[in-house]
Design a protein around this ligand. Structure first.
Ligand SMILES: [Mg+2]
Length: 219
C-alpha cells in the first residue's frame, strides 16, 4: 500500500529546534466551519440538521426526510471552500490563545482542506488574527505531525476535532500531546471522543491552559 506523500510545505517550515511546537487544525477548532457551511447551503435553498457528527449526511431540502445526495453535498463543500471562507467565524478565544502561546512556541496550522482552497484559507487565517504557516494535508495526520515534531528538541502539542486524526498521531508520534476540541456547541454531543487517550477541551481558554501545562509554557 502506498502511503500518502507528506505535504511539501512540511519540508519548508521554519521550526525552531529550541521551542515547543503546536500543530493545530482549522475546521471546528479555529473556525466554526459547520455554522459557516450551514449559511452557505442556505443560500442554495438547503438546510442543515445537526443530529449526527457528519457533514454531507446533514444537508436536506426543506421538508424532506432524506439527506441530499452525498455527491451534491461534496460539490457544495468544494464551492464553499473556494469562494466563501468569510462565512466562517473564528472560534471564540482562539486568536488570543494562540497569540499568547506563540510568544514561546512555534505554531503551525495543519488542515485537510481541498488544495484549491489555499488562497482563500490563507486569507481567512490572516483576516482572523491567525498569521501562522499553513500546511494543507490529506488523509491521517499522524505522519505529517511526526515529521514536524521530529524537528524540535522540545515537546509538541496537536489539536484536532476528529478522533481518527488524534488516533493517527498517537500511533505515529506517541510522544505528542493530543487534545480534542469541538468548536460548535451543537456538534459537541455527537463528536466521538476517547478521553482516556486524548484530553478534550471545547473552549479555547481552557485548551490554552492545558496546552501550556503540557508544554511547560507560561501564558
Ligand atoms: Mg477539523
Amino acid at each position: 500500500m502506498n502511503a500518502i506523500p507528506l505535504p511539501p510545505e512540511v519540508f519548508g517550515l521554519c521550526i525552531d529546534p529550541d521551542r515547543p511546537l503546536i500543530v493545530v487544525d482549522v475546521d471546528e477548532v479555529l473556525g466554526l466551519f459547520i455554522r459557516g457551511f450551514e449559511q452557505f447551503v442556505g443560500t442554495h435553498g438547503l438546510e442543515m440538521r445537526i443530529d449526527r457528527f457528519a457533514l454531507f449526511q446533514n444537508i436536506y431540502r426543506p421538508g424532506e426526510t432524506t439527506h441530499l445526495d452525498v455527491k451534491d453535498g461534496r460539490k457544495l463543500f468544494d464551492a464553499f471552500f473556494e469562494c466563501n471562507p468569510q462565512l466562517m467565524e473564528v472560534a471564540p478565544g482562539a486568536p488570543e490563545a494562540l497569540a499568547a502561546l506563540a510568544d514561546s512556541a512555534t505554531i503551525v496550522i495543519l488542515t485537510n482542506a481541498p488544495p484549491h482552497s489555499r488562497p482563500a484559507r490563507a486569507r481567512w487565517l490572516i483576516d482572523n488574527g491567525l498569521p501562522y504557516p499553513l500546511v494543507i494535508g490529506a488523509g491521517p495526520k499522524g505522519r505529517p505531525v511526526a515529521a514536524m515534531a521530529g524537528r524540535t528538541r522540545l515537546g509538541t502539542a496537536f489539536i484536532d476535532d476528529l478522533l481518527p486524526n488524534l488516533d493517527s498521531v498517537e500511533q505515529e508520534a506517541p510522544g505528542v500531546h493530543r487534545f480534542q476540541s469541538v468548536a460548535d456547541y451543537r456538534l459537541r454531543p455527537f463528536a466521538p471522543s476517547a478521553p482516556d487517550r486524548h484530553q478534550r477541551f471545547d473552549h479555547w481558554p481552557d485548551l490554552a491552559v492545558a496546552i501550556a501545562s503540557a508544554l511547560d509554557l507560561r501564558v
